[in-house]
Design a protein around this ligand. Structure first.
Ligand code: FA5
Length: 347
């Protein structure tokens, strides 16, 4: 019996030395440690031995069994480490300049989001009219987002723009107007700037409201800027972006940071003005509120309101993309649903 153990030990050692892959190791484990394996048949063979012999033999078999288990585990670990090493060091370097391989080339080609496309379009129009394009963080503070815009603490206008607060008191900006104060302080007057950005609101979502959406703010400040200038720039921007006749309407709107303030609505291009979920049934979509910058806001931005006047607007970029590309539900943009999004892919 003891010779039998010695012979099996040699057999195992030789087989282990030849095993190169995890499946081969598994085969070896089953052959030696499995229910019908060699260890178990050795144990079965003990029945014929005396009690004294059983004790000595059982001890030897168990010792060897533990050795087999440890040897298999160590071999498995070595193989895994070698595989990781091969992946890190031995893999062929990946050439990122290679063209995609069919069928991926056709199916998975990336594209700009319609929001990016429309943003670039609006930027192109305003840059051609002498505006600069400014950047502003998504995280800001209460002062910039509200107080510097003539919205003190407890002002009811805050109810319309509930947002997400960080534990340090900062917040995710609710509108691109949050950048007005920083930009006025940076450049002073005269000033012509647009600033696109992502905005966040704690919002009940529907076909035209998202909790995360894009706006494009614009400001023009100089001596004798009037509502006529505001209307001219709004008209030019819309006719350049749509390149077709669209119906717009201007109506009074209240925003504490402009006086007077307007709502600029666009006739819904999804339903042609008949009323649908995209325009909440009204046939018109609020697109670009605007107005003459309030003297308090100019003053807080370090600009003398006795000398300078200016206009500001807050264009709903995501809604503009909806209208331009015929996306009837704003939530599709953030859906990550390629089936839906690929319909709107444009070059
Ligand atoms: C504002 O955010 C003001 N800061 C705009 C402004 C700027 C007024 C400068 C005057 C002067 P309002 O909350 O209405 O206003 O948002 C402006 C536009 O952003 C809306 O007309 C709409 O087009 C878009 N918008 C607002 N909320 C959402 C939302 N939840 N989802 C998608 N688009 C939105």
């Amino acid at each position: 019996m003891l010779d039998h153990i010695t012979a099996l030990r040699e057999r195992f050692d030789q087989a282990l030395a030849k095993a190169d892959t995890p499946p081969e190791l598994e085969e070896l484990r089953v052959a030696f440690l499995g229910k019908k394996g060699h260890v178990s048949s050795l144990m079965k063979g003990m029945k014929a031995l005396s009690n004294e012999e059983k004790k000595a033999f059982g001890l030897r078999v168990n010792e060897w069994k533990e050795g087999v288990e440890q040897a298999l585990a160590a071999a498995k670990r070595r193989m895994e480490e070698a595989e990781i090493d091969r992946l890190i060091h031995g893999a062929k370097p990946y050439d990122i300049t290679l063209p995609a391989v069919p069928p991926l080339a056709a199916a998975a080609r990336g594209s700009y989001s319609p929001i990016t496309l429309v943003q670039r379009e609006v930027e192109r129009v305003f840059v051609s009219m002498g505006f600069t394009v400014e950047d502003y963080p998504e995280i800001t503070d209460d002062y910039s987002c509200f107080q510097a815009l003539n919205i003190p603490e407890h002002h009811p206008a805050r109810d319309m723009q509930d947002t997400y607060y960080l534990s340090n008191g900062q917040l995710l900006k609710t509108h691109t107007s949050a950048a007005q104060n920083a930009i006025m302080r940076k450049y002073g007057a005269p000033l012509k700037a647009i600033f696109p950005g992502r905005c966040f609101r704690n919002e009940a979502t529907d076909a035209c409201h998202e909790n995360t959406f894009f706006q494009m703010e614009g400001m023009m400040i100089d001596e004798s800027i009037s509502i006529s200038n505001l209307i001219y720039f709004m008209k030019t921007m819309l006719s350049e972006v749509f390149r077709k006749d669209i119906r717009v309407r201007l109506r009074p709107g209240f925003f504490p940071f402009v006086e007077p303030g307007f709502e600029l609505d666009i006739s819904c291009l999804i339903c042609g003005g008949a009323g649908c979920p995209s325009c909440k049934g009204g046939g018109w979509l609020e697109l670009c509120p605007c107005g003459m910058i309030h003297p308090n806001v100019l003053r807080m931005g370090g600009i003398d309101p006795e000398r300078y006047t200016g206009f500001a607007f807050g264009l709903g970029l995501t809604r503009l993309a909806m209208m331009k590309y015929g996306v009837s539900d704003i939530r599709d943009f953030n859906s990550c649903d390629l089936k839906k999004l690929s319909q709107f892919i444009a070059e």
